[in-house]
Design a protein around this ligand. Structure first.
Ligand code: PLP
Length: 367
């Protein structure tokens, strides 16, 4: 962390552990940081520093193939789905979805569940007529228009702390999901979706990269104006190597995927996220209204725990005290305020237990 504030520097000086609760880019496990640091200097398969790796050479070919194979193993991705590594993060996908999936259709449905789904929906409006639907954490709306090319959902709303309790199914229209913030943190039946995409910066730590998992029968529909590097069909044929890909981000993704596999896979990540989030929601619910979570219980995110303080004026005090104790980046999104604790896969249980204890202590002193 380059820009540690004075109080965080103080926490470090007192040898307190510093816990990163940032909503993204996410923290990385110490073992991954160690390995990446060494491989940046010397990556044996390439015979030199990692950032100098040639994307057309065998060493990088191995990396991207390993990333795809590990992801397929972790998510049990069927063979009739292509896996793409694309530049531009999830935000680029907001435009690439309609460009690639509309084909001859002129309409798409979007479930409006919060900040990120609205961003996707607004971008969709530039390309087609949009059916906007209200969100329900337990199911999809029943009125999804049958003429829609796809129906878009956001499985976990990173800003609002809202998520589907169970991922929905939709037999009529291809279901497209932005899984940026709960990718590899919950079990997913890939065959329930036409397309899944995720910005790698959340659970995989690499900025600027999006992973796209698309059913092959949805390929071949891109609008003729689609830039070649953003054409799913062309990138699939080129194995995501149509141009120089973000090589470092792909490399970092391989290391994170290996970490997830070594630590029990998606099932273990899901159990951990349930356990970690329950600790914070318990602290909120037991605080007699000192902390308030306005998300209905069925829709509470297991990744981004958002809450406010009954006495809003105490928010700044809470954040300052938390930072002094080494709990970093707990401020809510600029559009929402309040507190947000993001519990990505790499965040250890101990960090969450310590934060819950801090919250109880703070409420006792100030309540
Ligand atoms: C972070 C996030 C995005 C945007 O990701 P970028 O990498 O900034 O493009 C989109 N959707 C969701 C759900 C997110 O959490």
């Amino acid at each position: 962390m380059a820009a540690l504030s004075a109080s965080a520097a103080l926490a470090t000086a007192r040898a307190l552990p510093v816990h990163n609760f940032s909503a993204g880019p996410s923290l990385l496990p110490p073992s991954v940081i160690e390995r990446v640091s060494a491989e940046v200097r010397h990556y044996e398969p390439a015979g030199g520093p990692l950032p100098e790796i040639r994307f057309t050479g065998p060493a990088f070919g191995d990396l991207i193939e390993t990333a795809e194979a590990d992801l397929r193993a972790l998510m049990d991705i069927p063979s009739d789905y292509a896996v793409l590594f694309m530049a531009g993060g999830a935000t680029a996908q907001f435009s690439l979805l309609p460009l690639n999936l509309l084909g001859a259709r002129t309409r798409a449905s979007y479930v409006d569940s919060g900040y990120w789904s609205r961003r996707a929906l607004q971008e969709g409006r530039r390309y087609c007529s949009v059916q906007s639907l209200d969100a329900d954490p337990d199911r999809l709306p029943e009125r999804v228009a049958s003429e829609s090319a796809y129906c878009h959902i956001t499985s976990n709303e990173t800003v609002d702390g809202w998520a589907y309790a169970q991922l929905p199914r939709l037999p009529t229209v291809p279901l497209v999901a932005d899984m940026s913030s709960d990718f590899l943190a919950r079990a997913v039946t890939v065959s329930d979706f036409g397309l899944i995409y995720a910005s790698a910066q959340k659970n995989l730590g690499a900025t600027g990269l999006a992973i796209v998992i698309v059913r092959r029968d949805l390929l071949g529909r891109a609008a003729s104006s689609t830039p070649a590097v953003f054409d799913y069909t062309r990138q699939s044929a080129a194995r995501s190597l149509l141009n120089t890909p973000p090589t470092f981000a792909v490399y970092l993704t391989t290391r994170m995927l290996q970490w997830v596999r070594a630590n029990g896979g998606v099932a273990a990540m899901e159990r951990a996220s349930l356990r970690k989030s329950a600790r914070l929601y318990d602290a909120i619910d037991a605080s007699a209204g000192f902390y308030v979570c306005t998300v209905p219980i069925a829709g509470r995110s297991r990744i981004n725990v958002c809450f406010t303080l009954r006495d809003e004026a105490l928010t700044a005090v809470f954040l300052r005290r938390a930072q002094q104790e080494g709990f970093m980046h707990l401020a809510g999104h600029s559009q929402r305020g309040g507190i947000r604790a993001s519990l990505y896969n790499a965040l250890p249980d101990a960090a969450v237990s310590a934060l819950a204890e801090f919250m109880r202590d703070f409420a006792r002193r100030r309540g």
